[in-house]
Every structure is written in structure tokens, then in C-alpha cells.
Design a protein around this ligand. Structure first.
Ligand code: 5GP
Ligand code: ZN
Length: 131
């Protein structure tokens, strides 16, 4: 039995603010939101990341985001856009596959900030990628 934090959320050993649930997935509010209504969708069957999840479940998750969740965000929160993001390995805090469902609003000022000064020159990157 997996004992990760999201498995505990599925088993309701840890409470979550769930907005959608069925036999395969759970959708709940992120405790550290980047915009109003920032959500996570997770498969109920534990799997670590994009490279371990089966494609059928992955497709199902995308369908739920598209057909069920985004319409709710438009209707209930007047979202005007949607950013989905998903971390694997470095940058992944919780090792149970999840997609961040981040509703977007005009002027929400959401930014992905990082220290750009440490980046390689873009021409160098292009050369590496094409040589
Ligand atoms: P990651 O960095 O792995 O892509 O994102 C993990 C996300 O899970 C973070 O946005 C974090 O705020 C969220 N998170 C971590 N622990 C909990 C929790 O116990 N409950 C909820 N609702 N979200 C959590
Ligand atoms: Zn898990």
C-alpha cells in the first residue's frame, strides 16, 4: 500500500477541499494556490509521474479537465483562461502524479519567476539542440 500524501487524501486520512471525484480521479483545491481556484487533479491509483502513468488514465485526466472542470471554472469563477502544468523529478514536490489546473483571469499577474541570469545564451542552446 502506498503511503504518500495524495494517497492519504484519496483515503480521506488527510482532508481536502474536493470539487470533483469519480472512481478514477480526484480534483481538489491546492493548499498553496497561484490563482483563485487553483486545483490539482490526481489519479486514484498511485503512480509517480508522466513516465509511469498509463496513457489511458492520462487521457481520462485530460478529458476530465477539458469537459468537466474548465466549464465549472468558467461558470463559477468567471475564469477567462486555463494554465495546466505538471512536474516530474526535479521540481516535483509530491511523488504522486498530478496536474496543476490553474484558472486564469484578466490581469492575474501570474508569473513563472526564475533567475534568468544563469541561463545559457539562446544561440548556444539552439546549436546544442541542432548539432
Ligand atoms: P508539485 O511541486 O509536486 O508539482 O506540486 C505539489 C502541489 O501540491 C503544491 O502546489 C502544493 O501546494 C500541493 N500540496 C502539497 N501538499 C498538499 C496537501 O496536503 N493538500 C493540498 N490540497 N495540496 C497540497
Ligand atoms: Zn500516492
Amino acid at each position: 500500500m502506498e503511503e504518500c500524501i495524495f494517497c492519504k487524501i484519496i483515503k480521506e486520512e488527510i482532508p481536502s477541499k474536493t470539487i470533483y471525484e469519480d472512481e478514477r480521479v480526484k480534483v481538489f483545491l491546492d493548499i498553496n494556490p497561484n490563482t483563485n481556484g487553483d486545483l490539482l487533479i490526481i489519479p486514484k491509483k498511485h503512480t509517480e509521474n508522466l513516465f509511469t502513468i498509463d496513457n489511458n488514465t492520462l487521457n481520462y485526466i485530460l478529458e476530465i479537465i477539458k469537459d468537466k472542470i474548465y466549464p465549472i471554472l468558467i461558470k463559477k469563477l468567471n475564469a477567462t483562461g486555463l494554465t495546466i502544468s505538471q512536474n516530474n523529478g526535479t521540481g516535483q514536490e509530491v511523488k504522486h502524479f498530478h496536474i496543476h489546473i490553474t484558472p486564469r483571469y484578466e490581469e492575474d499577474h501570474l508569473q513563472f519567476t526564475s533567475d534568468k541570469s544563469i541561463l545559457k545564451n539562446i544561440d548556444e542552446i539552439y546549436n546544442i539542440l541542432t548539432k
